[in-house]
Design a protein around this ligand. Structure first.
Ligand SMILES: [Zn+2]
Length: 181
């Protein structure tokens, strides 16, 4: 969409900038009470686990590169950096940076999210005759409930992430019924 408009675009996946959080995660505690998740006191799936300084550095580098890129210099001299990730909207400095340009891809349907997640990673391999929900349930439990735990975290931090998102900027994938790329 942007490239068709002669706007230089770069994307950053904030999920790549996670470190092990030193803070105790109450969601991890909830998870371990509900399921045998193993020892997850070293949380890597929460806003606290995002290395905000490394992510800020990456944004600055991408912006510098974008400003000297051919699409920017030869185009309309406008650029967009898309920062996407599970918890980035729960970190105030990035919400402030984006100003009103914050968007939330909303899906209340966790099974749908898990389906897309597994398909995106090439892990959608149900056994013959296995229905989707049973396959998801089985995948939920792999590696001491890792997938279930990650999605439980994302769902738990939803309110913190969406509080600054204007209503028109909420994209409801359940209604659109299509995979966003
Ligand atoms: Zn946690």
């Amino acid at each position: 969409m942007f490239t068709a408009s002669d706007v230089a675009v770069s994307r950053i996946n904030a999920n790549r900038f996670v470190a092990t959080s030193t803070a105790e995660c109450h969601i991890c505690t909830e998870c371990s009470q509900m399921r045998e998740c193993g020892d997850r006191r070293s949380c890597q799936t929460s806003p606290e686990s995002v290395d905000a300084d490394r992510l800020t550095g990456a944004i600055n580098r991408v912006v510098a590169g974008l400003c000297s890129s051919e699409p920017f210099v030869e185009g309309t001299r406008r650029g967009v950096v898309i920062v996407e990730g599970s918890f980035v909207l729960a970190i105030q400095r990035f919400v402030d940076l984006a100003n009103e340009f914050v968007y939330w891809v909303n899906s209340e349907n966790l099974n749908l999210c898990k389906t897309w997640h597994l398909k995106g990673k090439g892990l959608w391999r149900p056994r013959q005759g296995e229905i989707d929900v049973d396959f998801i349930k089985r995948m939920d439990a792999v590696n001491t409930h890792k997938l279930w735990c990650e999605l439980y975290h994302e769902d738990s931090f939803k309110d913190l992430s969406t509080v600054n998102v204007p209503l028109p900027n909420v994209i409801d994938v359940n209604v659109m019924r299509k995979i966003l790329s």
